[in-house]
Design a protein around this ligand. Structure first.
Ligand SMILES: [Zn+2]
Length: 278
């Protein structure tokens, strides 16, 4: 039995490594980026449908390397529409610029305050894996994630007030093969918290397990999703992570404290955590 538990743990630990690319913006919303050419000028029409800031750059093109430099780093506020015009006489109108898009505004100050637990008050769950685990939860994007042992069908709640800015719940299956490792198909939800600037993430949700929609405003403690077992894992659990924007790695994992002075960094595998919020 012990061996089985160990094996399951290792599989789960490995699973979490594959979540580096979350959230995938292109799965979250139809971002509108159009470019048009008029005489010697290119117009970039940028539209952010999300309720959080995003930052946009051009992917460097070998033919026109300075176009990305001229474009620079454009931050769009929530739901902002804008047009950037660049005078660039030598570009051909057949060139299709590629955009690199990340969540967040790097200029925004992060105001950390304690957050709620991601499950309802009165409920308690065991930690499967905490911060800085040597097997996984050890990368810049995952090192402050926590795995709680929620079962399939359990309720997940928002840890703070905010807006749903990333949502995918179309996947049904889970697996452990290389194919799953390379192309994780976990259902997940990302919530942006405008007061703090934090992004919270809830991963491995059930098929059609989101009970909110993209763009919805959610309150702290409000049920937002049904836990599941989708993606690269064989263990029913909730992978919970809090992230902030970074200049080079998109959203990176950051430390946090739960309400009632529960320091998340002290939570270790096997600890039981109870939501004691009123
Ligand atoms: Zn995890």
């Amino acid at each position: 039995m012990k061996k089985l538990i160990l094996l399951l743990s290792i599989v789960c630990l490995a699973a979490c490594n594959s979540l580096d690319n979350f959230p995938k913006l292109e799965h979250s919303a139809k971002l509108s980026f159009r470019d048009a050419y008029e005489n010697d000028t290119i117009s970039f029409q940028l539209k952010n449908p999300l309720m959080c800031p995003i930052s946009v750059r051009l992917v460097k093109d070998a033919t026109y390397p300075d176009l990305a430099t001229l474009f620079g780093h454009v931050t769009l506020r929530k739901q902002q529409d804008t047009i950037i015009k660049i005078h660039y006489p030598d570009v051909e109108s057949t060139v299709k610029p590629k955009y690199s898009i990340e969540y967040g505004d790097l200029q925004r100050k992060i105001n950390k305050s304690s957050i709620g637990l991601p499950f309802p008050k009165g409920k308690q769950y065991k930690i499967i894996q905490g911060f800085n685990n040597s097997f996984s939860h050890n990368k810049i994007t995952s090192k402050y994630a926590i795995d709680f042992d929620l079962s399939i069908g359990d309720t997940i709640v928002s840890v703070d007030d905010g807006y749903v800015v990333g949502l995918i719940d179309k996947y049904k299956d889970h697996g452990t093969s290389q194919q799953w490792r390379d192309n994780d198909r976990s259902n997940y939800l990302t919530v942006y918290h405008p007061d703090s600037g934090l992004y919270s993430q809830y991963v491995h949700l059930n098929y059609e397990g989101a009970i909110v929609e993209l763009g919805d405003y959610v309150e702290k403690g409000q049920p937002i999703a049904i836990s599941g077992m989708t993606g690269f894992t064989t263990v029913e659990h909730l992978h919970f992570n809090v992230r902030i924007p970074s200049a080079t790695n998109g959203l990176i994992s950051t430390e946090y404290t739960f309400d009632n002075a529960v320091d998340a960094s002290t939570l270790k595998k096997g600890d039981v955590v109870r939501n004691q919020n009123e």
